[in-house]
Design a binder for this molecule. Sequence first.
Ligand code: 2Q2
Length: 323
Amino acid sequence: RRLTLLFLLLIQLWSCSTSSENKPEYVLRFGHLANNRHGWHLASLKFAEEVKKRSNGRIEVKVYPNEQLGKEMDVLTGLLVGSADIMITGESLQSWSLPKAILCATPFAIRDSEHLKKVAGGPLGKEIEQHILDGAGFRPIAWFERGARNLTANRIIRHPDELQGMILRVPPVSLYVDTWSALGAKPTPMAFSEVFTALQQSTIHGQENPFALIKDAGLYEVQKYCMLTSHVKSWAYVVMSGKKYDSLPKDLQKVIDESAKIMQEYEHELFLVQEKKDYDFLVEKGMEFIEVDNEAFKAAAKEAVLQSFDEEQTDLLNRIQQV
Ligand code: 2Q2
């Protein structure tokens, strides 16, 4: 009998230990605004997989696409109060008293991919990341190059003069509001998850985004034309709650860092092949691509940016353009 008891005890101990192995010590909630076909989503899943593997299951990352954790601005608050832990963000950080954050998406600041890589991945990128961490407690763990933002509408616009009166959805980013106002449109800040319906109901006339989001959010169903304005070449940040990161033991912080690096590389591989595919897809769906007077857009936007920027932002912009 004693043996049986001992045996039962051992069984119990064994099952306890295996169940605690299966149960993660930390669950991290990772939200973003794209849908489950978008590269951001595939990259977040890759991150979750790497984290699980490298932490031996001690950390579980749960990914929430389509603003399921909340609108971008709300998830930023969520990072501070603990209802979210990781998210993809960028220029919207400008609204968090992070003036330097807008340099990741300033109209006509970045020339091409090569330039973008040198800036985002170099000392200026580090400076912006440090500013985001120090100023708001959001810790950038990776950055993703994005396709150029282009304007979509149901009428053709070739020159800024033709923007007069157009109600244009922009993300809640004050530089975007300032720039499009100066160009003659009526910019209306709105969360991304509301854009499709607003276009469908014509409460807004247009929006601007990279091909990837135009495709994955189905915006081509409610927008006929894509104007090749390429007005913003930007990168986004994957940020983690700094408090959450600091609360992890050192070995798990390392797991986060390593997995984030893998996620960043993986996302970039997807991005490189995806842009052309997205373009072809949109053409096939009947979207028409319109050449615009790029010089006119550029001149008007550059002036608006300088009007909107303070000294610190202008200085950073100048340094970016010297890279
Ligand atoms: O149009 C959007 O909402 C996105 O493409 C935004 O540019 C992006 O999410 C930024 O708001 C990032 O802060």
